[in-house]
Design a protein around this ligand. Structure first.
Ligand SMILES: Nc1ncnc2c1ncn2[C@@H]1O[C@H](COP(=O)(O)OP(=O)(O)OP(=O)(O)O)[C@@H](O)[C@H]1O
Ligand SMILES: [Mg+2]
Length: 282
């Protein structure tokens, strides 16, 4: 952990964290832990992008990951469903469990894992297929529907839950790419939930959307968290405050502080967290 300490400036502010000792400030624990990361490190070649991060993610919890550009939010998120596997230079160490089982164990099929831990990206990325086929894709490859009627049912239910069915009911055969950006993002969410994930990872899901489309996605997050654990990366403090119950602040690959959202925004314990949320670190 020596390298970790070097990354933290020591501050003299009274009542605030002055040294870190390599430990995350606040509590990494969740009341109902479901996904648990322990001492996770990620290297891309010589770049040490995630440094000894431990964090528990609870069932039916929305946790927001915040921090300056390049601090490792996306890298950490991608560890949670093994998306880093496809990056040749990436080396992940430590342990991540889902419902008690190591997601990096040899027998774990990454495709099956990604059905349980779905991901929504910054830029909506529908497949160049119809609206229907976008949502049906996952259930088809995972054999979730016995027949066409069942598949129709999954597609409709997923679109409904993603708040998109009303707008696309009569145009399911049209290309997903013919939808507006906000609709495309809800289509991607419908595609993700069609395979019944247990965790949904969202990497700045609203950064390409206008305020109305953003509000719709935020409402959706509120509804979805009744069933799923949601980990959302956001650069918007307002968004983190609106949608999450806990916030994790990353800085230079370290998890500096994690706490209840209200506490992070009203009474952060670490100076780096305070500097970031007040706009002194951008
Ligand atoms: N595929 C990659 N190959 C090499 N280095 C990478 C790769 N992806 C990320 N990095 C490096 O890892 C560090 C963390 O990057 P990451 O994308 O996780 O940051 P981030 O917090 O998501 O930033 P942003 O807010 O800009 O999206 C950065 O130094 C970045 O340059
Ligand atoms: Mg990122």
């Amino acid at each position: 952990m020596a390298a970790a300490n070097e990354a933290f400036p020591r501050t003299g502010l009274s009542g605030q964290q002055t040294t870190l000792g390599g430990e995350t400030v606040g509590s990494i624990r969740s009341q109902n832990p479901f996904m648990v990361a322990e001492n996770v490190n990620v290297h891309y070649g010589d770049i040490h992008a995630i440094r000894n991060v431990s964090l528990e993610i609870g069932k039916r919890e929305v946790i927001a990951l915040i921090g300056p550009s390049g601090c490792g939010k996306t890298t950490f998120l991608r560890c949670l469903n093994r998306m880093n596997d496809s990056i040749e230079s990436a080396r992940v160490t430590g342990q991540i469990t889902l419902d008690g089982r190591d997601i990096y164990r040899k027998q774990q099929d990454p495709v099956a894992l990604r059905a349980r831990v779905g991901m929504v990206f910054q830029k909506p990325n529908p497949f160049p297929k119809s609206i229907y086929d976008n949502v049906a894709y996952g259930p088809r490859i995972h054999g979730l529907a016995a027949d066409r009627a069942q598949l129709d049912d999954i597609v409709h239910t997923s679109l409904e839950r993603a708040g998109l069915l009303k707008e696309v009911r009569d145009r399911l055969d049209e290309p997903g790419l013919s939808l507006s950006g906000g609709q495309q993002q809800r289509l991607c969410i419908a595609r993700t939930i069609a395979v019944n994930p247990e965790v949904i990872l969202m990497d700045e899901p609203c950064s390409a959307l206008d305020p109305i489309a953003t509000a719709r996605i935020e409402d959706l997050i509120d509804e979805l968290c009744e069933d799923y654990a949601i980990v959302i990366v956001t650069h918007s403090m307002q968004q983190a405050a609106r949608v999450s119950q806990r916030v994790a602040y990353f800085h230079l690959g370290l998890l500096v502080e994690v706490d209840e959202t209200n506490r992070i925004f009203t009474n952060p314990q670490h100076k780096l967290t305070e500097d970031y949320i007040t706009g002194r670190i951008g």
